[in-house]
Ligand binder design. Structure first.
Ligand code: ATP
Length: 300
């Protein structure tokens, strides 16, 4: 029996815009993603298959509402890995200690999948390159290549074109999430209706703000990075998720340099210069029964 435990960090989007739609209907994006220290823990256990046995892939998860069958992205990642690397002659058990809020725009499923891909690759003696892991990851979800890579990255294409960029300068983050999860496809549908299906006439992506944010990150200027933070999903999600708007206002009133929804929401993060203010901002939300976590940006 061989066991490997990996951390599976969540991500936040410092910038997220839609640049168009591909002929297959997928939206193309342009933005900046940052890994954070809030994360799941994924443990992989391999047990040799004895003669006549068929390899079994099983999963347990501390979150009672998440699927433990083939619908779980972590099990789908294992299947895709074994099919690509051809090393599937083993039983596998995956245990996920869930800390990332589900369906919250923080890539919870994608990061578990990425941890499984990276972990299996390590346990099997690295049969796949980083690029191959990202390609397998992309077949599972647009955020998986970022989660395989981590750190701070400019994300383009459907999320698979990654270019490293300067990370958030040292700071403290409060991530909070209340109310019902958001379905990412439903949020895209709403944006399509709002912005003319991104046919290039009704909406102009905010590329100047993205360049300004990247420049600010390079200079380590948190305030300027915040002034240029943007998430197009806020316009679709905040009007119908009043708790996300409430959290954003609360974080701003607690002194956040900036606060914004992450991905398709409804999680919201606030960026603070010092830990004491971040803790106090989290306390305000916790006192109102809103789950909140203090964490930090992390590198690759
Ligand atoms: P993203 O930010 O990549 O759009 P998300 O953070 O909004 O993703 P997830 O937490 O990945 O959303 O959950 C989306 C759906 O995926 C949920 O409805 C959940 O049932 C399903 N899912 C499958 N596997 C997992 C997993 N390991 N962890 C979390 N959700 C999972």
């Amino acid at each position: 029996m061989t066991t490997l435990t990996l951390s599976a960090p969540a991500k936040i989007n410092l910038f997220l815009d839609i640049t168009g739609r591909r002929s297959d209907g997928y939206h193309t994006i342009s933005g900046v993603m940052q890994s954070v220290s809030l994360g799941d823990t994924v443990t992989l256990t391999l047990t040799p298959v004895t003669e006549g046995e068929t390899p079994r892939h099983t999963l347990t998860c501390t979150h009672p509402d998440l699927p433990t069958d083939g619908k779980n992205l972590a099990l789908r990642a294992a299947k895709a890995f074994f099919e690509t690397a051809g090393t599937g002659d083993t039983h596998l058990h995956i245990h996920i200690e869930k800390h990332i809020p589900a369906a919250a725009g923080m890539a919870g499923g994608s990061t578990d999948a990425a941890a499984v891909l990276k972990g299996l690759n390590e346990l099997m003696g690295h049969p796949l390159t980083h690029g191959e892991l990202c390609r397998v990851g992309l077949s599972l979800g647009a955020d998986v290549p970022f989660c395989v890579t981590g750190g701070a990255q400019i994300t383009e294409g459907v999320g698979e074109i990654l270019t490293p960029c300067a990370p958030l300068p040292p700071c403290h983050l409060v991530v909070a999430c209340a109310g019902e999860g958001v379905s990412t496809p439903a949020a895209y549908k709403k944006l399509d209706e709002m912005y003319g299906h991104f046919d290039g006439t009704a909406y102009l992506p905010k590329m100047d703000a993205l360049s300004a944010q990247l420049e600010a990150l390079k200079k380590g200027d948190l305030c300027e990075a915040g002034k240029n933070a943007y998430n197009i999903f806020e316009s679709a999600v905040l009007p119908t998720h009043s708790k996300a708007g409430y959290i954003k206002n609360s974080l701003a009133s607690s002194g956040a340099v900036f606060a914004m929804m992450s991905g398709s929401g409804p999680s919201v993060f606030g960026v603070f210069e010092n830990e004491k203010d971040a803790q106090a901002a989290a306390e305000v939300l916790l006192s109102r029964d809103i789950p909140a976590w203090v964490c930090k940006p992390i590198g690759r």
